[in-house]
Ligand binder design. Sequence first.
Ligand SMILES: NC(=O)c1ccc[n+]([C@@H]2O[C@H](COP(=O)([O-])OP(=O)(O)OC[C@H]3O[C@@H](n4cnc5c(N)ncnc54)[C@H](OP(=O)(O)O)[C@@H]3O)[C@@H](O)[C@H]2O)c1
Length: 293
Amino acid sequence: MPDTTRSADARHRSSILVTGAAGNLGREVVTRLRAHGARVRSLVRHQTGPRPGAESVAGDLTDPTVVREALVGIDAVFLIWPLLDSAPAHTVVAELVAAAPRVVYLSTAAMDDEAARQSDPIVQVHADMEALLHDAGLRPLVLRSDTLASNSRGWAAQLRAGDVVSGPDVARTAVVDERDVAEAAVAVLLAHPDQLDKNLYVLTGPEVLSRADQVAHLGAALRRRLRFQALPADLARSRMLADGRPEPLVEALIAASVWRPQSHCTTDHVERLTGRPAGTFARWAIDHAAEFS
Ligand SMILES: NC(=O)c1ccc[n+]([C@@H]2O[C@H](COP(=O)([O-])OP(=O)(O)OC[C@H]3O[C@@H](n4cnc5c(N)ncnc54)[C@H](OP(=O)(O)O)[C@@H]3O)[C@@H](O)[C@H]2O)c1
C-alpha cells in the first residue's frame, strides 16, 4: 500500500480531474477523493444542477475545448474512455500533453499483451488508448479493471419484473467491486509516483464468477430464487436493439460475449493499493439489494 502520509501536503495542494464523474465508478472516485481532502474537478457529460462546493465542467469528453477548460490548473487526471473508438482521443491526448498532468487511465483486465488484435472492440479500444497515451509520452499509470460489479445494475429492471435475468452470456471473470477500483484509483492519484512499485495494476475481485453465479448471489441477498438465462447471440442482439441501445454498442457487447475468453486471473493488486483485500460480489449484492426490489 503506498504510504500517502508522506504526500499528505502534496495531495491537499494537488487538483485532480475525474472524467466520467457521474458514472458508476467515477462517482465513487470523486466521493473518496473529497473525503481525503483533495481538490476535485468533475468532468460530466451533462450538468444536473449546481452542487455546493462541487467544481465541475460539463461537456463531451471528445471535445478538445471542453477538455482544455477542464484541465486548467489540474495536476492529475483520472481518465476513462467510454467510447468504442479511440480516434477522437487524439485531440484529447494533445490537450493532455499540453497541460502535462499525471494521467491515471482506467483500462481493462481482459487485455492480452501478446495479441496483435484484442478479442473484441471494447478491449481493442483500451489497447489503442494505452498505446496512444504511452506514445504521446504521458507515461500513464494504468489500472486494468476486471468486470465491475456495478454492471449488474443493468439487471435491475428485469429483477423488478420477475425472477429471471436474460442476456448474452459472457466468459467467467473475477468480477470486482467498483468501490475497490475507486479506492485503488484514489490511492494512486494521491500517492507520489515514487511510492508506487508499478505503472500497471490489474484489479480483480477475489473469485471468478459466471453471470449465473452473480445472479445467484443477488438471489441470496434478495432472498429470492433467481436464475440467469443465456440468450443466443441473435436473440440477445434483437432484444438489446429493441431496448434502444445503439447498434455499435450492441455489436460490441455481442462480440465480447462470443469472443472474450474466460479468465481465471485473480490478483492481490487491490489489497496492495488499498491495504484491504478485494470484496466479494456476495458483499456487493447485500450492500446494493435495495436497488433491485
Ligand atoms: N464496466 C466495466 O466492467 C469496466 C471494466 C473495465 C474498464 N471499464 C472502463 O471504465 C469506464 C467507467 O465504467 P462505468 O461502469 O463507471 O461506466 P458508466 O457508469 O457508464 O460511466 C461512464 C460515464 O462516462 C460518461 N460519458 C460517456 N460518454 C461520454 C462522453 N462522450 N463525454 C463525456 N462523458 C461521457 C457517461 O455519461 P452519461 O452519464 O451522460 O452517460 C457516464 O457518466 C468505462 O467507460 C470503461 O471504459 C469498465
